[in-house]
Design a protein around this ligand. Structure first.
Ligand SMILES: Nc1ncnc2c1ncn2[C@@H]1O[C@H](COP(=O)(O)OP(=O)(O)O)[C@@H](O)[C@H]1O
Ligand SMILES: [Mg+2]
Length: 331
């Protein structure tokens, strides 16, 4: 209990000072029995605080401290009357019973809390694992089906191979996302042009946008900064993909880059379905997805990458509909 870090704790001082204060009143007002009577009851306070803060071990140490100052006082003021003597002995017994009870309850409460926390972890681990397995299962089943047909000489290789390849890439993306999320973000910073990083991310989403009939418009200022261009591109791809997925055919996704005080502001604006409050509140939590086939890792990964750069992500709901993602990066 008495480690150096403990000495810095306010509870340690609260307990120590109250024991010393109560004892000082006992010693200095030894001819005022009424005051002493009330003062003695106050010893329960530091014992209780020690139980709540440090559990059984802390309570027993606080009790030892109380005994350490109180027993010499009893010896010093030992009087002949049997009532007086038994009252002092009873004090010591009651302090012990109280300390033991409070320490036991505090320890039991801690154990229950730790158990609950462990259970919560196991439940969320199970949820995450089943979400990953579920994501991997669909492309895997499709691949097995196609490969089985091919192995029996049915179907056409040239038609099946691109489908199998697409499923394999889908599985790879899921594995990459999970790994990205599980690993701590390590930045390889280099001086780079943010406009180039954005253009690169747009290129990666071009095919997806064309298939969905979405036009991507860009308005990019020339801003240089030190960043991990690879990770930044990944973060942007996630946001742009979401914007495309939320948009309806024929609409536009606008991406702009400009200076905003001492930050660079990347804005990704779509005119799609928009986000309700529940989605805004939870979309940065891992595995939160409202899409069929979505894995809910895109935005959590984006947020981690941007925050690792010292930046932040904000979501706005423009009055005219759609969603606006604002990414601030320090420059
Ligand atoms: N531009 C957007 N417009 C509407 N909803 C969005 C947009 N971006 C993200 N969302 C919502 O946030 C959820 C989480 O996004 P994300 O983490 O990328 O996971 P996923 O795309 O796999 O669902 C999405 O399922 C979607 O409901
Ligand atoms: Mg996504």
């Amino acid at each position: 209990m008495f480690s150096t870090s403990l000495l810095k704790q306010k509870f340690f001082w609260l307990i120590t000072i109250s024991i010393l204060g109560i004892s000082a009143v006992q010693y200095f007002f030894s001819d005022t029995p009424d005051l002493q009577e009330i003062d003695r009851e106050l010893y329960y306070f530091p014992i209780f605080v020690a139980a709540m803060r440090y559990g059984m071990r802390g309570t027993m140490i606080a009790l030892a401290a109380v005994y350490f100052v109180y027993i010499p006082f009893i010896v010093h003021t030992w009087k002949g009357s049997i009532e007086h003597q038994s009252a002092r002995i009873l004090d010591l017994i009651f302090y012990f019973m109280f300390a033991f009870g409070a320490g036991y309850l505090a320890d039991r409460d801690r154990r229950i809390r730790a158990e609950l926390e462990r259970n919560r972890l196991i439940i969320s681990l199970g949820r995450i694992t089943s979400a990953i397995v579920h994501d991997l299962k669909n492309p895997l089943i499709s691949m097995i089906g196609l490969l089985e047909r091919l192995s029996k000489g049915k179907g056409d290789c040239m038609t099946y191979i691109p489908v199998i390849l697409k499923d394999a890439y889908r599985m790879k993306r899921i594995v990459d996302d999970v790994l990205d999320f599980a690993r701590p973000v390590k930045l390889n910073r280099e001086e780079c042009s943010l406009a180039s990083v954005i253009r690169q991310a747009v290129e990666m989403c071009r095919e997806k946008a064309e298939k969905a009939g979405i036009r991507i418009g860009t308005d990019l200022a020339d801003i240089q900064t030190s960043a991990d261009s690879f990770l930044l591109e990944r973060a942007l791809i996630n946001v742009i993909s979401n914007a495309i997925e939320a948009s309806s055919r024929g609409s536009e996704v606008d991406i702009s880059l400009r200076r905003d005080d001492d930050s660079a502001l990347i804005a990704v604006r779509d005119h799609g379905s928009g986000m309700d409050q529940e989605t805004i509140d939870h979309c940065f939590e891992p595995y939160f997805s409202r899409k069929k086939g979505g894995n809910g890792l895109g935005l959590p990964i984006t947020k981690r990458i941007i925050e690792a750069h010292g930046g932040q992500v904000e979501i706005r709901q423009p009055k005219s509909g759609g969603t606006l993602f604002k990414i601030f990066l320090p420059v």
